[in-house]
Design a protein around this ligand. Sequence first.
Ligand code: FAD
Length: 323
Amino acid sequence: MIIQENITLADKNWFRTGGKARFYTHPSNEQGMVRAIQFAQKEALPIFVLGDGANILVSDEGFNGLVIKPGLGHIHFDGSFVTAGAGVGMPALIEQCLAQGLSGLEEFSGIPGTVGGSVYINIHYFQFLLSHFLVSARVIQAKSGDILSVDASWFNFGYDDSKLMRGEYYLLDATFKLKQVTPLEAAFARGRSMEIIRHRHQRYPYANTCGSFFRNFHASEVPFEVNGKRICFVAYYLDKIGVKGMLRVGGAVVSHQHANMIVTSPEATSSDVVQLARTMQQLVFDEYGIVPQPECQLLGFKINPFLESAIVGLVAQSNNVQL
Ligand SMILES: Cc1cc2nc3c(=O)[nH]c(=O)nc-3n(C[C@H](O)[C@H](O)[C@H](O)COP(=O)(O)OP(=O)(O)OC[C@H]3O[C@@H](n4cnc5c(N)ncnc54)[C@H](O)[C@@H]3O)c2cc1C
């Protein structure tokens, strides 16, 4: 196992901002994961498991702990089941499944990230959640390094939620049940995948962003109706306020394509992103009395830099802060 010191994280996340990790390792197998956990235990270091960095914001001060980026790149097919290691990129997995005549995961075409990061937050696109396909997985306990085989119910999946978000376990691999299709149906599925990617590229930025910065509201968080409906889309409120392409702090700007996406330019810092996101929260609160909460996960921030939910009775969604 190779443990490196003072490794930059700016080139390992999609915002391209943030400081360094005090320790960094990229284990290629499970033994390496176990040894990395043991090293962190021995040195009393906090751990952060990193995927492709498509949904994180790294503090400019960096992370005074061990960043583990699992290699774990295995893919194994068994009938309509596919098992993929936590380090496998979702785009590559989708491609290989289609090549094997397995359909389903193409609904997530164009979403960057690894299997680990995607199961962690239960990625979603329109009505599809990754948990619709996951049947079982293997996870490693953060404290002991023990490996467990678990089924889908263990994860307590919800919208932007899974048991992995409590930080007690890390994903080693996941098994998905897909639909075996004929070559003709696979060709249609591939066409759908290409169409989703084309549609996404027209509607959303695809670089220097973490995708949606804020998760959508739960219906219970929106105490009013617009034309008889509770609108949960954070982008709706930000769009009404008129931030798209307009609101900027330093090198961070609200995308001109999507009001809930922040895009950075090369001079941006993570502090710019934080200040911009806080301003977006404040604007929505001032206008509507509700506070969007980040979907983006935080690394290296000593306190939650964002405004917490203002509605009485709400659980503030601050469990995505990695100290
Ligand atoms: C352009 C763009 C578009 C996007 N569109 C969508 C979209 O449509 N829908 C959607 O749901 N998301 C979307 N996202 C967000 C992002 O793609 C997903 O959250 C993705 O799953 C992140 O995976 P990652 O490997 O990059 O994880 P990272 O960003 O590296 O990490 C995210 C979190 O996952 C945890 N994690 C990573 N690996 C593991 C592991 N093995 N075990 C335990 N925890 C782990 C990390 O600790 C961190 O807390 C988009 C992002 C971008 C940049």
